[in-house]
Design a protein around this ligand. Structure first.
Ligand SMILES: [Zn+2]
Length: 196
């Protein structure tokens, strides 16, 4: 799997090769699209190559540039547990005047977790998208069968307290799959499960 990190400002945005383009996991800061485009240019990727965007959760450092990329042809994959969250994010950001372009409902692909494996297969990826609440209720994780997990802002496993059942169960759900590498949304990129 060819994985490109299009990250900036301490946030990782992973672009995976799919049929006829790329799938982007998480998508830029609000009001900073020129900075994002500069990263694309530096990494030799045209924004039009992004066919789909999966947002691990709708916080501003993960979904800040979704609409700008939709306007360049990408489709947002909205998981069933994420319905209403783009609107909540827009409500939160509106008074802050950060130059956020609100995410329209048009051009989104609504997907059930149970359909994710079949959908990904259509893109040439073998894996699934699973719900991983904890950091936020709408948080999801992409798992590829080759053992890669894109875990967004889920706190590292060793930091999760016994009392935090929701996050613990999310990690348990992830580790029901064979995982050899974890790709978090912040920090130095990938690490091995033993360190999680
Ligand atoms: Zn974050």
């Amino acid at each position: 799997m060819n994985i490109l990190n299009l990250g900036y400002r301490s946030t990782n945005y992973y672009a995976l090769d799919i049929k006829n383009g790329k799938l982007l996991i998480d998508c830029g800061w609000p009001g900073m699209f020129p900075e994002f485009l500069a990263v694309f240019k530096r990494k030799g990727v045209a924004p039009e190559e992004i066919r789909y965007i999966l947002v691990t959760h709708f916080h501003m450092d993960h979904a800040g540039a979704v609409q700008e990329l939709k306007e360049r042809g990408a489709k947002l994959i909205l998981m069933e547990s994420q319905i209403g969250f783009p609107q909540a994010m827009a409500d939160f950001l509106r008074p802050k005047n950060l130059g956020f372009t609100e995410i329209s409902e048009g051009g989104n692909l609504l997907l059930k977790f149970s359909e994710s494996r079949e959908f990904l297969a259509g893109l040439g990826l073998s894996g699934e998208i699973i719900p991983t609440p904890g950091h936020s209720d709408d948080h999801v994780t992409l798992i590829l069968d080759e053992g890669l997990a894109f875990t967004g802002d889920l706190p590292p496993r060793f930091l999760v307290t016994e009392k935090d059942h929701v996050t613990k169960e999310s990690w348990d759900r992830i580790y029901r799959h064979k995982i050899i590498k974890i790709f978090p949304a912040h920090g130095n990129g990938q690490f091995n499960p033993e360190e999680a």
